[in-house]
Design a protein around this ligand. Structure first.
Ligand SMILES: NC(=O)c1ccc[n+]([C@@H]2O[C@H](COP(=O)([O-])OP(=O)(O)OC[C@H]3O[C@@H](n4cnc5c(N)ncnc54)[C@H](O)[C@@H]3O)[C@@H](O)[C@H]2O)c1
Length: 345
């Protein structure tokens, strides 16, 4: 299997998630069989998406004499896409890279769209670049080994695409009896990828329209960062459950749908349908938060890069399948939306 028809690299550096390497040790042998390849394993986990890891990878690339005629392959989930994309975009001011995503979330989201980056002081993606991969290779076989929680994580993003742009997809997803890799249709993955690619083509540098892809993320990132700060990378959440990105976004989508309803955009019935469908699948992490916790989460929402002058920017829904970017909400409204997430036991 060869990719990049017009480009024949002199060497290949593979930045790879260590778990994925163990699960699929021979997968990359088929790629560019005649070209020297060097594997740079990366320890999994969000805590490793940091500047120390970047320096370690830059140094290895230098020692291997990787240059502008070389290729970097990022092989793993979204963590490796973000980290490897950042390394490839900055080493020698940028060398070509391709992404081979191995989680559902990275197939439909992190591997495409060109956003690369690392965390700084526990603020997610605080430093990064916008630089597109030369190619993204999708292979659904990777989903077979994905832990259920990771599948749910990506499924949250799939629900997001349905809500912001594809009512038919929403109807199909909400009818799913169980979330299992065999139930995830390749056409759904393709449709999410295409939606993201089209949106990114219209607004690569994220000046307006691309904000619709952030639906659920303003409050979702606040929740995710809060749990990261409070519990470290184990991130046992609010109820001692782990809360990865897709879970946080799922909760963020319910909260931001509530804001859409309060602002008179979304009907009450649509809001209630969204809340019911999402909380059916992402209900384990909802236990009471104190007022102080809620206020901390909203403070973290203020770090969102869409915000200006301390005002909170939210993507809202007009209806299921149609998003409306760039609405401003107050801190108090966000607090109310988070409080509204809590389900009494
Ligand atoms: N750049 C973007 O546009 C963008 C978009 C969304 C998310 N992200 C980022 O993506 C990251 C999350 O990515 P993720 O959800 O893919 O998680 P991840 O990359 O952290 O991987 C999660 C776990 O799954 C394991 N794993 C990966 N593939 C596997 C497979 N096929 N089988 C078994 N285990 C496998 C990994 O080793 C890891 O333990 C976050 O850092 C987030 O900020 C970036």
């Amino acid at each position: 299997m060869n990719t990049l028809n017009n480009f024949s690299p002199n060497k290949i550096a593979i930045i790879a998630d260590q778990n994925v390497l163990q699960l699929f040790p021979y997968y990359l042998d088929k790629l560019y069989a005649d070209i020297p390849k060097f594997v740079l394993p990366v320890l999994p986990g969000e805590q490793n998406k940091n500047i120390d890891e970047v320096v370690y990878l830059w140094q290895n690339l230098q020692e291997l004499h990787i240059d502008k005629k070389s290729l970097i392959i990022n092989f793993g989930g979204g963590m490796v896409m973000d980290l490897g994309g950042f390394v490839a975009s900055t080493y020698q001011r940028g060398i070509p890279f391709i992404n081979i995503p191995t989680t559902l979330l990275s197939m439909i989201d992190a591997a495409i769209g060109g956003k690369n980056g690392i965390n700084l002081n526990n603020v997610k993606n605080a430093v990064g670049t916008i630089n597109l991969p030369q190619e993204v290779i999708i292979n659904p076989q990777f989903l077979m080994t994905l832990p259920h929680q990771q599948l749910l994580n990506g499924f949250g993003e799939m629900l997001k695409y349905a809500l912001i742009g594809n009512k038919t997809l929403w109807d199909e997803l909400k009818a799913l009896k169980s979330i299992h890799y065999q139930n995830i249709k390749k056409e759904w993955v393709n449709s999410c990828m295409e939606f993201k690619e089209k949106t990114v083509q219209k607004d690569l540098y994220d000046t307006g329209l691309r904000h619709i892809l952030n639906f659920g993320h303003t409050i979702g990132h606040g929740i995710e960062t809060w749990t990261l700060n409070k519990y470290g990378d184990a991130r046992p959440c609010i109820s001692a459950e782990k809360i990865p990105h897709g879970y946080a976004v799922a909760l963020g989508m319910v909260a931001e749908s509530y804001l859409s309803y309060c602002h008179g955009l979304l009907s009450q019935s649509a809001y209630e349908e969204i809340r019911t469908v999402i909380l059916q699948n992402y209900n384990k992490i909802l236990t009471p938060l104190s007022d102080d916790d809620i206020s901390e989460i909203v403070k973290l929402c203020l770090f969102d890069k869409k915000n200006i002058d301390g005002r909170i920017n939210i993507t809202m829904l007009e209806t299921i399948g149609k998003a409306s970017p760039n609405h401003w909400v107050s801190k108090e409204e966000c607090e109310e939306a988070i409080r509204n997430l809590i389900v009494e036991a």
